[in-house]
Design a protein. Structure first.
Length: 376
């Protein structure tokens, strides 16, 4: 099997699974219980919070709120801030290339009376600064913009945007960094609210975090026992938090080695794909090497994905969260690509466990399939 769908989910590492199992079997007590074992577990969870902040070079201004993953973190950041601070203003800015767990939240907020501006990046994946400044008013309270795109891999110009956002003291900057953590070097202190997820970094599904500045007030989405400073009630999943900590430690410790290895594979695939007449590559000046996106000129992307799957080679045609709803890539469409290219795109997303030999077999198999499959 060749697994080239790591942007959708990654294989949990042995160290992550070992950490989860050890904690689940030995430290199963509720962290909010008042007996000594519960207090011990909560103390260890708080140590993990500080370790995560240290690993990602966050300043002392930040805190970690554990969630079930990126979708919940995005919802808590956006809904939580907008509802809590609507008295400051009701204008929000985002982009048309965000993950559905961001875009769908903004569509909901529009029904609540918020005014949302959706910006299209350029063909290079950059936000026009003058256009942003026109949209950015004294009543703008929130800007949400991912750092690395999950479908095409381009990096947005978040550094420039951050400077402008922080000229307005009542506005905060949120970034969905689920595809950035471990895949692109970034200063997370550019943002006031940061989303990360476990299963994108060889961790477990069902665990993630919203990392936020302590001074920022949010409206909770879940009510109950008041865990996570009242922002996310529910019994803390200590075993998953332990495993998440290990996943972050591993991805940061091995960042340079993995990045170099994946870059080699990325460059090989881009070079080989560029020589295939059927392929239209979507390349960018700034990108994560973990994601490659290309379109087909005469063949259906979904047909080629299925054919590759029959050879036990797994890629995707659009984001996994979007694959059941949209017949085309709204990301490529927002970048100004023709509709035929958006309809017939394929995403390769690499991981640390992939090899150059797998890349070579993928190219050979793809060429073979192209020769066998007729056009649309």
């Amino acid at each position: 099997m060749i697994y080239f769908d790591n942007a959708a989910s990654t294989k949990p590492s042995k160290e992550v699974l070992d950490a989860y199992l050890k904690c689940a079997l030995n430290d199963y007590e509720n962290p909010n219980s008042l007996h000594k074992n519960g207090i011990r577990n909560l103390t260890n969870i708080n140590r993990i919070r500080q370790n995560i902040l240290k690993l990602l070079d966050f300043s002392f201004e930040y805190e970690v709120i554990f969630t079930s993953g990126a979708t919940e973190s995005n919802n808590l950041a956006i809904l939580g801030y907008a509802r809590k601070n609507m008295n400051r203003g009701k204008r929000i800015i985002t982009t048309n290339v965000e993950h559905e767990s961001v875009l769908d939240v903004f569509k909901h907020l529009e029904k609540e009376g918020f005014i949302v501006t959706y910006l299209n990046p350029s063909s290079e994946g950059k936000i026009d600064i003058e256009e942003f400044k026109k949209a950015f008013t004294k009543d703008t309270i929130l800007v949400s913009m991912m750092t690395c795109n999950n479908e095409a891999g381009f990096k947005l110009n978040v550094e420039e945007i951050s400077k402008i956002v922080h000229e307005n003291p009542k506005c905060v900057f949120h970034s969905d960094c689920a595809q950035t953590l471990g895949k692109y070097p970034i200063n997370y202190n550019l943002f006031d609210l940061v989303t990360i997820s476990g299963h994108k970094i060889n961790g477990l599904k069902g665990i993630g975090a919203l990392i936020k500045k302590k001074k920022i007030n949010l409206e909770p989405l879940v009510y109950g026992g008041g865990q996570e400073n009242g922002l996310r009630s529910g019994t803390l999943d200590y075993p998953s938090i332990c495993a998440f900590n290990v996943a972050i430690e591993n991805v940061m410790k091995n960042f340079k080695v993995n990045y170099s290895k994946v870059t080699e594979m990325h460059d090989y695939l881009v070079e080989e794909l560029s020589e295939i007449d059927e392929v239209i590559l979507h390349t960018f000046k700034e990108y994560t090497p973990y994601i490659i996106n290309f379109s087909l000129k005469t063949k259906k992307g979904s047909v080629i994905v299925e054919a590759l799957s029959n050879h036990d080679i797994f890629v995707s045609s659009v984001s996994a969260c979007n694959s059941k709803r949209e017949p085309f890539s709204y990301v490529l469409s927002s970048l100004g690509r023709p509709i035929d290219e958006a309809k017939n795109s394929i995403r390769i997303s690499l991981g640390k466990d992939n090899t150059i030999e797998e890349c070579k077999l993928f190219i050979d198999t793809l060429k073979e399939i192209f020769n066998q499959v007729r056009g649309r």
